[in-house]
Ligand binder design. Structure first.
Ligand code: XMP
Length: 516
């Protein structure tokens, strides 16, 4: 299939570039920025995008595009750092700008170019750069200029290379997707042959050829991602070949284990292994308040339990499938370019079982290039019900990262009770689907209140509700005050251990969605 190769130099938005191009119906694949294009893709690649990067071309060892890529003879679009590398290599000058350009910038278009077909002069772009183009290389022409008079778009003499200083992939950039479409369709002439149905067909075919007659184990977390992976695998292989394993850590939402089991049965699974490991998780987490330590304990225990159970049940020799998303990879510093920074450790990425399977070539991760809403669309194409595909994301370590401080069965119970009311109210008020993620957090403090005529010393619950496209950035959901007041009142009335409810009004960044 015609493909646009997006070469990743460590940008947090490389995948977003790919996703925007796919939104235009053109298949895009993210590849390592510094390697040649893999042999099997060369004939399919109709154009190349060089992503941005946290690096500067002036730093020693900053990543560079492999020279073979520029001699493929297909059009190249450099974005931000991608553009700066080209200019630097071609003899132009990139300098630390005296003024960083960050955020919205209105662009003046100087010359007509297919990249800007249908884009009006003065459109608002989105900038995020410290280095700027101080001098263009010979033969390069400026196509657009920023509000601060800096080059915002350039091309070389033959127009085989175009470069832009702004980020068309971010949602704040006007005409951003349109510009990427112009590149992929009008400049590279790539066929618009990509769709989710087509993705499902290809993914099924890949799963069948990869797995052959070997067994496939799917690790189920209860979230959308692993359910969609299970549905995909079960739609590609006979049920007898597929084992689904779900570890009940005791850190799930109220009633979740029952719901997960029901969904799996409806998917036609023949081998469902539900493991009740609550007591072991609670015992190991007792008295451990540190967030990273909690994550590590849960990740390690998860893995030992899996291994014990796999050995006991004599399964798991063959392939392992899991629903890792691209955002899980970058947030753990495992993006393609390996330059992204570690923000939080995700146990499904660093697990030794997963690593072992990866090393042995026995890992199937069919969602690792998709964004959450693409996974939902995939689930819908596979016929999963809306209440399953529409579920809010839930973190691997579960409620443990929503109980600040040490976890205990009692605190889990209190949080589950408050959280169940919150989610129930959001569904009743038809707000659930407007929100990307909503949950309660149990704080490690108590506060004074009154119960009847007495002073009471009760727990504090924070409500979180955010809107987001992919979890990478998020805004606070602007509740009507009546909704939040009524929800809060129901929680304090029905959960006696909670004496106070607060609403978290922080966006991401600077905060993260979860509190730990
Ligand atoms: P943060 O809190 O980093 O979360 O803004 C971004 C998204 O990732 C989820 N999340 C996790 N998911 N294991 C997971 O599988 C984890 O350790 C983890 N930590 C955060 C979070 O719920 C949000 O959707």
């Amino acid at each position: 299939m015609d493909t646009i190769a997006v070469l990743d130099f460590g940008s947090q938005t490389a995948q977003l570039i790919g996703r925007r191009i796919r939104e235009c119906g053109v298949y895009a694949e993210i590849l390592s920025g510094t390697d040649p294009i893999p042999e099997h893709l060369i004939d399919q690649v109709k154009g190349v995008v060089l992503s941005g990067s946290p690096s500067s071309v002036h730093e020693d060892g900053s990543p560079r595009v492999h020279p073979s890529v520029l001699s493929l003879g297909v059009p190249v679009l450099g974005i931000c750092y991608g553009l700066q590398q080209i200019v630097h290599e071609a003899g132009g000058r990139v300098s630390r700008a005296e003024r960083r350009e960050y955020g919205r910038s209105r662009l003046q278009l100087h010359q007509e170019h297919a990249l800007f077909n249908g884009v009006p002069d003065g459109f608002v772009s989105w900038m995020s750069h410290g280095d700027s183009l101080a001098e263009l290389p010979q033969g390069f022409v400026m196509l657009a200029e920023s509000e601060h008079g800096l080059p915002a778009a350039v091309r070389n003499a033959e127009s085989s290379i175009v470069g832009i200083q702004f980020h068309p992939e971010v949602s704040h950039c006007e005409y951003g997707t349109h510009i990427l479409r112009n590149f992929a369709v009008d400049i590279c002439h790539a066929a618009q042959a990509w769709s989710m149905e087509q993705y499902v067909d290809t993914a099924r075919e890949t799963i069948r050829t990869t797995a052959g007659s070997e067994s496939v184990l799917v690790l189920i977390s209860g979230g959308v991602d692993s359910t969609v992976v299970a549905a995909l695998i079960l739609s590609a292989l006979p049920g007898s070949q597929v084992h689904l394993m779900y570890v009940d850590t005791g850190l799930m939402r109220a009633g979740e284990t029952e719901e997960v089991t029901k969904t799996l049965e409806q998917l036609g699974a023949e081998h469902i292994h539900v493991i009740d490991a609550q007591d072991r998780f609670y015992a190991e987490l007792a008295g451990k308040p540190d967030p990273e330590e909690k994550r590590r304990i849960i990740g390690d225990l998860f893995i030992s339990i899996q291994q014990e159970e796999l050995a006991k049940r004599q399964i798991g020799e063959g392939f392992l499938a899991q629903g890792t998303l691209y955002t899980d990879m970058i947030e753990s510093g495992k993006g393609v370019g390996t330059y992204a920074k570690v923000i939080k450790s995700h146990h499904n990425v660093r697990s030794p079982l997963v690593q072992k399977k990866r090393d042995e070539g026995l890992l199937i991760e069919p969602l690792s290039w998709l964004y959450k809403d693409e996974v939902r669309e995939l689930g819908r194409v596979l016929g999963l019900p809306e209440h399953v595909v529409g579920r809010h994301p839930f973190p691997g370590p579960g409620l443990a990262v929503r109980i600040l401080g040490a976890v205990s069965p009692e605190r889990v119970r209190v949080l589950q009770a408050a959280d169940r009311i919150y989610i129930d109210e959001l569904r009743k008020r038809r707000l659930y689907d407007e929100i990307w993620q909503a949950f309660c957090v149990l704080l490690p403090v108590s506060s004074v209140g009154v119960a009847g005529d007495d002073r009471a010393y009760g727990g504090v619950v924070a409500l979180r509700a955010v809107v987001s496209v992919d979890g990478m950035t998020a805004d606070v959901y602007p509740f009507e005050s009546r909704d939040i007041l009524e929800i809060s009142a129901r929680i304090t009335n029905e959960v006696p251990e909670v004496g106070r409810v607060v609403y978290d009004v922080s966006s991401k960044p600077p905060a993260t969605i979860e509190w730990e």
